[in-house]
Write a protein that binds this ligand. Structure first.
Ligand SMILES: [Zn+2]
Ligand SMILES: [Zn+2]
Length: 237
């Protein structure tokens, strides 16, 4: 049995920040990490209304996230609500787009996206081979645009590091995405630190952003999804 390198008492179950930790210390480390993200964002105040936006596939993550947020900001008494959206599509970009568009409509002060680093790393690889607009613009802790505050507290935390809360086995309906996700997870089990280095590569994708959903786009003012949406909303002549 491997012993936790923090408490030196219990059995280690995962690695966080290069240290082998037990369930108890692993939870504590993640809560501390999110607490720091909340503090550094300077966006949270007492009693704020906060929404965790999810599609059904993110359900296990949003449950854990809800728990972490309430613990991490114990004194702020945040009113956290999980908002389920239905994208009517299995395609990952349609789902993220819908999460953002629906998130924008909410009156909650802060909108939380349940993206983890393994999800974002998979998304980075997935995006390279596609010429669609992309949401790598959300691969950071705080994204502010059009008077919206989107918070991504787990952007540098992987599901492997969340093992202290639950052993998550996520499955994605987007077949290609799911395939890359499996590969990413098995690869990262051996190369833990890669999660923390890929954020630098995202800088390479920095481009124009869609004026409505903040997706990275090549040209124009809006991404193709927002373009379609805005055209359908405009009055008929
Ligand atoms: Zn421990
Ligand atoms: Zn857009």
């Amino acid at each position: 049995m491997e012993i936790c390198q923090r408490c030196n008492k219990r059995q280690a179950i995962t690695v966080i920040g290069g240290r082998k930790l037990c369930e108890h210390c692993a939870r504590d480390e993640i809560i501390k990490r999110v607490k720091r993200e909340i503090y550094d964002s300077k966006q949270f105040s007492f009693n704020d209304k906060v929404a965790i936006i999810l599609d059904e596939q993110f359900r296990p993550l949003s449950t854990i996230l809800n728990f972490i947020i309430s613990k991490a900001c114990y004194k702020c008494k945040l009113q956290v609500e999980e908002i389920l959206i239905n994208a009517d599509s299995n395609y990952i970009n349609d789902i993220i787009w819908k999460m953002i568009i629906e998130g924008e409509k909410l009156s909650h002060k802060i909108k939380i996206l349940p993206f983890t680093s393994d999800f974002l790393l998979t998304y980075l690889i997935y995006t390279i081979s596609s010429n669609d607009s992309n949401y790598l613009s959300f691969a950071k802790s705080l994204v502010v645009f059009n008077n919206n505050i989107f918070f991504v507290p787990l952007y540098s935390t992987s599901v492997l590091e969340l093992k202290g809360f639950a052993e998550l086995k996520l499955k994605w309906k987007d077949a290609m995405f799911d395939k890359i996700y499996r590969w990413t997870l098995s690869y990262l089990k051996e190369n833990f630190e890669l999660f923390h280095t890929f954020h630098t590569s995202i800088q390479l994708f920095k481009k124009k952003t869609c004026k409505k959903c903040n997706a990275f786009i090549d040209s124009g003012e809006y991404c193709q999804r927002c373009n379609k949406l805005l055209t359908s909303l405009s009055p008929l002549y």
